[in-house]
Write a protein that binds this ligand. Structure first.
Ligand SMILES: *[C@@H]1O[C@H](CO)[C@@H](O)[C@H](O)[C@H]1NC(C)=O
Ligand SMILES: *[C@@H]1O[C@H](CO)[C@@H](O)[C@H](O)[C@H]1NC(C)=O
Ligand SMILES: *[C@@H]1O[C@H](CO)[C@@H](O)[C@H](O)[C@H]1NC(C)=O
Ligand SMILES: *[C@@H]1O[C@H](CO)[C@@H](O)[C@H](O)[C@H]1NC(C)=O
Ligand SMILES: *[C@@H]1O[C@H](CO)[C@@H](O)[C@H](O)[C@H]1NC(C)=O
Ligand SMILES: *[C@@H]1O[C@H](CO)[C@@H](O)[C@H](O)[C@H]1NC(C)=O
Ligand SMILES: CC(=O)N[C@H]1CO[C@H](CO)[C@@H](O)[C@@H]1O
Length: 486
């Protein structure tokens, strides 16, 4: 960077100018140097490796499209221009957009197919607080309305629909929803539309979201919906819990098939993982279940809600959920099934094992009268089927109440099996550790002693599938590229 220095001697200047022009023609560093005149600008050239289900042939940087990472300038148009440009390579080896170190303020933008959004470890995406940066889209057909307000919803920060093969990853870079303003509006009832999520991928196949930290989402964090073959791994999600940030669920697989959630750390103002499939008559007619879902190696802190919730919107059905090696700390409940008359649908073949719970209100909770309907048009004869729920090999400590299991009168929850579960009660525990109504099943090796509707049986243990799902065996490739940035 010698040539950028100020020199008073005219001759030397002329010579230097010539050299600068020549260097400028052959090297990127030279161009930067000439443009900035006297200022030294160091261009870094970094070799970056990461793992993902696909690597890409074409790579561009957000700064090639006018991106400015100063935390003040809006990058919505830069993202839009970059992804529109890169979309042309969908069928030519795919493309990757690199986001360099910096604070990148942005409104919502849309992803494309055969595409990777890669965030450098020192990149922070800051969600814009201008409502005009958030287009309003139609409610989800399986919900019939927005959850916060009837009618539309603000599109999520990172949005994708009708895509194939899309990856959002980084080296634990940060996506900050700056949600405080939205939580205030929600609490004061001042929302015109439903709050945005940080990332929503709709009607898509082959989705990976990995190695990122999500902070301060306005509402739910990660929402794959009507999608298949979804991998979410190595994700940290942090929402404020004092005071609680409303509805900041961690990951919500919703009417999705073949989903893997692994190695995640979540602190949530609501549920850490909430499995869903549509609401009342809208979800029943959309009829798209969430099925073949694996959740493993999850650490969760959810003082206000569940580590894993099934429902309450489950009208398209939830089936074949396998959760293992879960650590729950200071959470309201471990696994919670939430449903109601009018939901229809089903929750069946749910398997959870090796869950460790520390300081819980309830280890297990099932609620058949959750209420909260989309509108008054729900069918009072649409009863949910809750069947085949298996919990095994668990230890819990400092628990206020072991379980509160409430089915529906005339529509009992059946086939509950609980084995090898030791629940250490808190000093100020409830006198009756289990309450059960309208449920049936069996237990073995469970303490404290369960309620009479879950009698001790001579079974060795409750079932857990022995096969593995295809989504557990998707190969992660080692991708690499050279990144240039200032
Ligand atoms: C993203 O796609 C949605 C739905 O297709 C559309 O309404 C929205 O305007 C798009 N956003 C941008 C920034 O182009
Ligand atoms: C996306 O896919 C859904 C379901 O196949 C379809 O109904 C919808 O029209 C598609 N949307 C776009 C923008 O192609
Ligand atoms: C990712 O970053 C978050 C927040 O800074 C941190 O708590 C977490 O430990 C990091 N995870 C990894 C795998 O480095
Ligand atoms: C991403 O997270 C995984 C754990 O899920 C870890 O093994 C890997 O080293 C992380 N980093 C990258 C760049 O893939
Ligand atoms: C019971 O569960 C605990 C905790 O997961 C485990 O360490 C133990 O091996 C299990 N016992 C049997 C007999 O499977
Ligand atoms: C037990 O739980 C209570 C809250 O119910 C908490 O205040 C206390 O610190 C916990 N004790 C331990 C040893 O974790
Ligand atoms: C059919 C049946 O057993 N219904 C019961 C459901 O739970 C309520 C509340 O405990 C009972 O009153 C019903 O008898």
């Amino acid at each position: 960077m010698e040539f950028c220095r100020k020199n008073s001697k005219l001759q030397v200047m002329k010579l230097l100018l010539l050299v600068v022009v020549l260097v400028g023609l052959i090297s990127f560093e030279g161009v930067e140097c000439r443009k900035k005149g006297k200022k030294k600008v160091k261009v870094l050239d970094e070799y970056i490796e990461y793992s993902a289900m696909s690597c890409r042939a074409h790579v561009a940087s957000l700064t090639d499209f006018g991106g400015v990472g100063d935390g003040i300038t809006s990058n919505t148009n830069a993202f839009k221009a970059a992804i529109e440009h890169l979309g042309q390579f969908s069928y030519d080896g795919g493309s990757q957009l690199f986001v360099p170190p910096g604070q990148w303020l942005t409104g919502s933008f849309n992803l494309t197919s055969h595409f990777t959004l890669f965030l450098h470890k020192d990149a922070v995406l800051l969600a814009s607080q201008e409502e005009s940066e958030w287009p309003v889209i139609a409610p989800l057909p399986s919900y019939g309305r927005g959850r916060d307000a009837a009618g539309g919803r603000y599109i999520s920060l990172i949005f994708g629909t009708n895509l194939t093969d899309v990856i959002v990853t980084g080296d634990n870079a940060t996506i900050d929803g700056q949600g405080a303003l939205w939580w205030q509006k929600f609490k004061k009832g001042k929302l015109k539309y439903t709050r945005p999520y940080l990332i929503e991928i709709m009607y898509s196949d082959q989705v990976q979201i990995s190695n990122l930290t999500f902070l301060n989402s306005p509402s739910w964090n990660v929402h794959p919906v009507y999608s298949s073959n979804v991998i979410i791994k190595g994700v940290t999600i942090l929402a404020p819990i004092v005071p609680i940030s409303p509805n900041t669920d961690g990951i919500n697989p919703d009417s999705c098939t073949n989903v893997l959630i692994e190695d995640c750390y979540i602190v949530s103002g609501d549920d850490c993982v909430a499995v869903k499939s549509g609401w009342d008559e809208y979800g029943i007619s959309f009829a798209m279940p969430t099925q073949h879902l694996v959740i493993r190696r999850l650490t969760c802190i959810s003082p206000d809600s569940a580590v894993i919730a099934l429902g309450s919107e489950m009208s398209g059905g939830i089936q074949d959920v396998r959760a293992e090696d879960i650590l729950a700390i200071n959470s309201e409940s471990g696994i919670r099934i939430k449903t109601a008359v009018g939901r229809g649908g089903f929750v069946k073949d749910i398997f959870v094992r090796r869950m460790t719970m520390k300081t819980m209100k309830w280890a297990f909770w099932m609620t058949g009268n959750y209420g909260s309907h989309a509108d008054n048009k729900y069918d009072p004869n649409a009863l949910p089927v809750i069947q085949g729920i298996s919990y095994t090999d668990m230890v819990a400590d400092n628990v206020t109440m072991a379980a509160r299991l409430e089915g529906i009168d005339g529509d009992p929850f059946t086939g509950i099996c609980i084995s090898n579960v030791t629940i250490g009660m808190a000093r100020k525990a409830k006198k009756v550790p289990w309450t059960c109504t309208n449920i049936s099943g069996i237990t073995t090796g469970v303490s404290p002693k369960p309620c009479d509707s879950l009698p001790e049986q001579e079974v060795t243990s409750c079932p857990y599938p022995t096969d593995s799902l295809a989504i557990e065996n998707v190969e992660q490739k080692l991708c690499s590229f050279r990144a240039n940035y200032k």
